[in-house]
Write a protein that binds this ligand. Structure first.
Ligand code: UTP
Length: 409
């Protein structure tokens, strides 16, 4: 085993890890060897060697995508879609997944983001509690108990579980709540070297919310959903306190439009809003980040004066179970972020870098949309469904989100 690990490390020019390995006691060494054998080092080194070819829109064709505006639905259509959705939810075919594996670095809250508390008009509430209360309301309305799946990460799983236990799952039936861990990938220094963390192992970090598809399958959640006859799965973020996690309209529209995936959007507040927008990329549904949208498209308007690329992604997605199954087996592209990360030097001393020193590889949930020919996009009202908490202050902060929330209830 040890020889195999040494061979791999040599092959990928990571000899410093072999030197480190030789300084460890037997137990520590065995753990490191096991890690090396299980890590996809070749993929990370390959990504590093191809940094210049990183995921980019490049020559891809960006086009407008059609959306269904909630305000433009006729009363009949609205009722039809909604009733279809209600039927599915009432038949127990609907589940909710919350993505809570992120690190919430911008907010700077100690602990998982779901454990952040906001002072709302109807009381102090934790973000997880807000989600549970939405589920409870829907359960009452539709006479079901909606299964709740919670994606955590290596970094925050234990704390999340502890928190939920401590708060008795805010009254949600515990057997209907399932936690699963998202994937991770090794960090690599800007010099192309793997790093050692405080646990004396190679440093890894969560590899973005796009790992949800694979993790749902690998961690047995997909099978669990199938065993429970779930057909439609809502996937949302943890930090939008106005997120509608049970919306029969979205379900009904998706079914009636014959699609397997769906998302909600809100209209950009102004063309320069720093948000990802829905579009078609080489003919397939996708989302383009604000930094990647070609300049000439930023302010482009259609014949009605509406922004052509003005439908903002609010991380409110719906999938048919077959779609989730299909995506679990697809390789997701990695986006690259440069971050600061402390590590142990060759003598075991902690190094706290002043500047960004590592590349982090992250996949994005929406990149998987390109596996489908079409998507239902329901454009909803921002003030009704979008109050994200991303930053400690300013835009998308607790202060702005609380104001929006209080104005709604
Ligand atoms: P963001 O991209 O806003 O990241 O995640 P974040 O971790 O909350 O905050 P920053 O960027 O570090 O400040 C959007 C949603 O995706 C989840 C988050 O928990 C949030 O619900 N997410 C993000 C994951 O589940 N895993 C990840 O690896 C990243």
């Amino acid at each position: 085993m040890e020889e195999m690990a040494v061979e791999i490390l040599k092959k990928f020019n990571q000899e410093h890890i072999i030197d480190w390995m030789n300084k460890l006691n037997n137990e520590e060494k065995n753990k490191l060897v096991e890690q090396v054998l299980n890590l996809n080092i070749s993929q990370v080194v390959d990504l590093y060697n191809n940094l210049s070819k990183k995921f980019e829109i490049g020559d891809k064709k960006i086009e407008k995508i059609s959306v269904t505006d909630i305000d433009k639905l006729s009363k009949d259509d609205f009722e039809n879609h909604k009733n279809k959705g209600i039927e599915i939810i009432k038949n127990g075919k609907y589940a909710v997944v919350t993505m809570a594996g992120g690190q919430g670095t911008r907010l700077g809250h100690k602990g998982p983001k779901g454990t952040f508390k906001v002072d709302l008009k109807d009381g102090d509430k934790y973000l997880f509690q807000i989600i549970v209360e939405s589920l409870q309301k829907a359960n009452e309305r539709y006479g079901v108990i909606i299964p709740w799946y919670l994606m955590t990460s290596e970094e925050n799983n234990d704390q999340t579980l502890e928190f939920l236990e401590e708060h008795n799952y805010f009254g949600y039936p515990k057997e209907k709540v399932k936690l699963f861990k998202q994937g991770k990938a090794p960090l690599i220094s800007t010099e192309g070297k793997l790093l050692i963390g405080k646990d004396k192992l190679i440093k890894e970090a969560s590899d973005g919310n796009g790992s949800i598809y694979k993790s749902l399958k690998v961690d047995g959640m997909l099978d669990d959903m199938k065993n429970n006859n779930i057909e439609w799965i809502f996937v949302g973020g943890v930090d939008n306190i106005l997120l509608k996690i049970v919306d029969p309209l979205l379900v009904g529209i998706t079914v009636n439009q014959n699609n397997k995936i769906a998302s909600k959007s809100v209209v950009k507040t102004n063309p320069r809003e720093r948000a990802g927008v829905f579009c078609k990329i080489d003919g397939k549904p996708g989302i383009i980040e604000y930094s990647e949208l070609p300049e000439e498209m930023v302010e482009e308007v259609d014949e009605n004066g509406e922004l052509v690329f003005g439908d903002v992604n609010i991380l409110s997605h719906l999938y048919n179970i077959d779609a989730l199954g299909k995506m679990a087996d697809k390789v997701m592209p990695y986006h690259i972020a440069v971050k600061k990360s402390e590590y142990l030097d060759e003598n075991g001393n902690l190094v706290v870098p002043e500047d960004k020193n590592v590349y982090k590889f992250e996949s994005f949930i929406f990149d998987a949309f390109s596996n489908f020919d079409d998507i239902s996009i329901l454009r909803v009202k921002r003030e009704e469904e979008f109050a994200p908490i991303k930053n400690a202050e300013g835009n998308d902060s607790p202060e702005t989100a609380i104001k929006l929330y209080n104005a709604r209830i």
